[in-house]
Design a protein around this ligand. Structure first.
Ligand SMILES: Nc1ncnc2c1ncn2[C@@H]1O[C@H](COP(=O)(O)OP(=O)(O)O)[C@@H](O)[C@H]1O
Ligand SMILES: [Mg+2]
Length: 250
C-alpha cells in the first residue's frame, strides 16, 4: 500500500477526572490511504466525534499519535497544527455551522477570509470569490448565492457547508454525521454528492451511527469500547469508475 495519508496510533482520550472520568478512546488506531472513503460507525456516545476532532487536530489526545503524510500532527508547533487544521483538512458537521448573518457566497468564502491577512485577502479576493462560485455551482446552488442560511432547506444548508469545507481543496475531508439532521431522501442526496467528490479522488472520513451510510464507503470501521475495528471486507474499490488512486492501479 502507498504511504497512508493519515495514520492514528493508540489514541487515548478521557473527559473529566476522578469518579466522573469518562474514558472515551482507549487505544484507537486507523490508517487511511490517499483517495479512500472511510466510514466509522458507532453508537451514539461511542466517541465518534471525539475521534474525528483528534484526527482533524480540533482537540489533542491524552496519548497516542496522529500522522499526516508521515509527519506527526501533535509534535509540531501550534502554528503547524493550525496550518494542518486550516489548510489540509475540511470539516462538515451535522448542524452545518453556517454563519446566519452571511449569505451563501460569503459563508463559502469565509475560509479564504480568515486564513489570510487583510492585505493578502484583498489580493486574493477575486480568486476566492471565483473558487466559491465554482464550488457552489458544483453542489447545485449557483442560484442561491445571495440567500441567507435560514432561507435554505437543511439539505441546501449542508451543501453550502460541504462547499465551504472543500473550497480550499483540502487533502482530507472529515464529516461528522453529515446526514444526521436530514430526512432519508435529502440525506441520500448529500451522500451522492460526497460520493461524487470521493470518485473525483477526495480522501474522506465520515462518522455516523447510520448503517445505511456505510454502504457508500470503500471501507467501514466500527468504534466500539474505545477502539476501532474492521467491520467487514473492503468492497467498494471496484465500483470506482476510474482508478484515480495510485494504490488501485494494477
Ligand atoms: N468536552 C467534553 N467534556 C466531557 N465529556 C465529553 C466531551 N466530549 C464528549 N464527551 C463524552 O464523551 C463520550 C463520547 O462523546 P462523542 O465523541 O460526542 O460521541 P459520539 O459522537 O459517538 O456520539 C460521551 O459520553 C460524551 O458525553
Ligand atoms: Mg457525535
Amino acid at each position: 500500500m502507498a504511504m497512508p495519508i493519515l495514520e492514528a496510533r493508540s489514541l487515548r482520550k478521557s473527559f473529566g477526572s476522578g469518579s466522573t472520568q469518562v474514558k472515551v478512546l482507549c487505544g484507537a488506531s486507523l490508517s487511511v490511504a490517499p483517495g479512500e472513503f472511510v466510514v466509522i460507525m458507532g453508537a451514539s456516545g461511542s466517541g465518534k466525534s471525539t475521534m474525528l476532532h483528534l484526527l482533524g487536530a480540533l482537540d489533542t489526545p491524552d496519548s497516542g499519535s496522529v500522522s499526516y503524510r508521515g509527519e506527526s500532527v501533535f509534535d509540531g508547533s501550534r502554528s503547524k497544527q493550525g496550518a494542518y487544521r486550516n489548510r489540509e483538512v475540511g470539516f462538515v458537521f451535522q448542524f452545518y455551522h453556517l454563519l446566519p448573518e452571511l449569505n451563501v457566497l460569503e459563508n463559502v468564502m469565509l475560509p479564504a477570509l480568515v486564513s489570510n491577512s487583510f492585505w493578502a485577502w484583498r489580493k486574493t479576493r477575486v480568486s476566492a470569490r471565483q473558487n466559491a462560485l465554482e464550488m457552489l455551482d458544483r453542489v447545485g446552488l449557483i442560484d442561491r448565492v445571495k440567500h441567507r442560511p435560514n432561507e435554505l432547506s437543511g439539505g441546501e444548508q449542508q451543501r453550502v457547508a460541504i462547499s465551504r469545507a472543500l473550497v480550499h481543496k483540502p487533502a482530507l475531508l472529515l464529516a461528522d454525521e453529515p446526514t444526521g439532521n436530514l430526512d432519508a431522501t435529502t440525506g441520500s442526496g448529500i451522500l451522492n454528492l460526497l460520493a461524487e467528490f470521493s470518485e473525483a479522488g477526495q480522501t474522506m472520513i465520515l462518522v455516523t451511527h447510520d448503517a445505511s451510510v456505510a454502504s457508500r464507503a470503500d471501507r467501514t470501521l466500527t468504534l466500539v469500547e474505545g477502539v476501532i475495528r474492521e467491520a467487514g471486507a473492503p468492497t467498494a474499490v471496484e465500483h470506482k469508475s476510474e482508478p484515480q488512486k495510485p494504490e488501485v492501479v494494477l
